[in-house]
Write a protein that binds this ligand. Structure first.
Ligand SMILES: *Cc1c(COP(=O)(O)O)cnc(C)c1O
Length: 485
């Protein structure tokens, strides 16, 4: 008789040994990440390596691992490095990594059924209700990130506004066109959510900001009234806890008041900023956030949970559940046995099969406790101010926006160079910093000027990293300046 096919290892000892090797290697990698460049350009031949035909015959795991060491591990994004400050990206933690491994070992599917992963996820959600002052009987779910969390929030907001019959009829037949409101600084994922929902991004009214980069609530109210008068149906306000450009916080109490006055849903996008709630000296920024109907935030940014991990909380658990719950013959819930769970998380979002994200969150929060996470967030904010001081004391550097929270936008400056050429110069400086592996800031445009943007959501950054960074900026800037003089 032919041997039965099996995907488990033929020799468990051999794979176990390889596994131990992998663990040793990746621990050494994380422990020495500071000694490596923050980013490495991928050689073309390495990219070409990933254009092979599909493997048809088995390969030796050891050889595959060697390939990983040679062709994959050396070319990461760099966000585990202490001088990675690009976009808004978390750093990850070693225990979080181990939790991912354990979760993959259990290979739980947290879409439903009676098994422990659901209870771990509900525990984690309860912790965040406590953190953000949401009532105990609120609900929530872990998702891939704030993009999906924003989408879920707006879907429930819409269904509450026009009734769950929209699940049957879609938005083809709505009497009045739905409109939502946010500031011009709002993250593009909110626009995408409106597009995905079929409402279209024009139905997202982007309201101007005041000098402190918060949504202008007076204009907001005027636009709502105008829309109502024109026959639109406003359904949601979206507030920002930490905008991507400048880390600004809208006034949640003003937004909540408006939401109450006009019967609107208040959704808060707190992707990274909401987590300042964990730092007592920054908590005031989130004042009123507990009045939101839904709150989206990420755990893979300022909580350093390995990607992906986002979350959304809903005050109204019925509204949440009834927007997504499905019934089907093959998902029958018995009162006993494997299908007996009361809560099937697959009924609270878009995904049915879901990974055991909660394990890495549960382990990480236990490992450090939320206060230490808060301290780490506060330190990043202090580091942003330290960086500002370094910039202020260097005549060749110019701050382009007030430092708010953890984001510093600046440029290299020379009075003899025009603004247009300064834009080119700073772009070259940024690219040189990245290509040399010194540091990875990203860029943005502030009042028409190209800015080097440093967003610090990195628990590995130390104060000396900013000294070194500024030294290099000055050096690179001076070298490149010759070309523009
Ligand atoms: C990162 C971010 C998002 C999107 O979150 P993902 O986790 O990338 O899906 C949304 N809003 C803000 C303010 C963000 O910073």
């Amino acid at each position: 008789m032919a041997e039965e096919i099996q995907l488990d290892p033929k020799d468990w000892d051999e794979l176990r040994e390889l596994g131990h090797q992998m663990l040793d290697d990746i621990f050494r990698y994380l422990q020495t990440v500071r000694e490596k460049p923050a980013w490495v350009e991928i050689p073309n031949e390495v990219k070409a390596h990933f254009r092979e035909p599909v493997p048809r015959a088995p390969q030796d795991p050891k050889a595959i691992y060697e390939e990983f060491l040679a062709k994959i591990l050396p070319y990461p994004l760099g966000n585990t490095h202490p001088r990675f400050w690009g976009w808004v990206t978390g750093t990850g933690t070693p225990l979080g990594m181990l939790a991912e491994m354990l979760a993959a070992g259990m290979n739980s599917n947290v879409g439903g059924a009676e098994h422990i992963a659901t209870y771990v996820e509900l525990q984690v959600i309860d912790w965040f209700k406590e953190v953000f002052g949401f009532p105990r009987d609120s609900s929530g779910i872990l998702v891939s990130g704030a993009s999906i969390a924003n989408l879920l929030g707006l879907i429930v907001a819409r269904n509450v506004a026009i009734g769950n019959s929209v699940r049957d009829t879609g938005i083809q037949n709505v009497e009045k066109q739905l409109t939502a409101y946010c500031s011009v600084e709002t993250h593009s994922s909110v626009q995408r959510a409106m597009e995905v929902m079929g409402l279209g991004n024009r139905a997202l009214r982007q309201i101007p900001i005041t000098a402190d980069k918060r949504i202008d609530v007076n204009t907001l109210e005027a636009v709502i009234l105008e829309d109502k008068a024109k026959g639109y149906q406003p359904f949601a306000l979206i507030g920002n806890a930490g905008t991507t450009n400048t880390g600004a916080f809208d006034s949640f109490s003003d937004l909540a008041d408006l939401a109450e006055r006009y019967g609107l849903w208040l959704h808060v996008d707190g992707a990274f900023g909401a987590l300042v709630n964990l730092a007592p000296s920054l908590r005031h920024l989130t004042y009123g956030i507990e009045r939101a109907h839904s709150l989206a935030f990420d755990m893979h940014k300022w909580l350093h949970i390995p990607h992906e991990a986002g979350c959304i909380l809903f005050k109204d658990k019925y509204a949440h559940h009834s927007s997504f719950a499905m019934q089907s013959d093959y998902l029958f819930h018995h009162t006993k046995g494997t299908s007996s769970a009361d809560i099937w998380l697959g009924d609270y979002g878009i995904q049915l099969s879901r990974s055991f994200r909660a394990l890495k969150v549960w382990m990480s929060i236990k490992e450090h406790g939320i206060e230490r996470f808060g301290d780490s967030i506060k330190r990043n904010v202090d580091q942003a101010n330290y960086l500002k001081q370094l910039i202020d004391s260097a005549p060749q550097l110019q701050l382009l926006a007030p430092v708010s929270l953890n984001i510093v936008c600046f440029r290299y400056y020379d009075a003899s160079v025009t603004d247009t050429k300064l834009n080119d110069l700073n772009q070259m400086i940024l690219i040189e910093l990245q290509r040399s592996g010194i540091a990875v800031p990203s860029s943005t445009i502030v009042d028409g000027n190209y800015a080097i943007r440093v967003a610090i959501t990195n628990h590995r950054s130390q104060y000396t990293d900013f000294d070194l960074f500024i030294d290099k900026v000055l050096q690179v800037g001076q070298d490149l300046l010759q070309k523009f003089a």
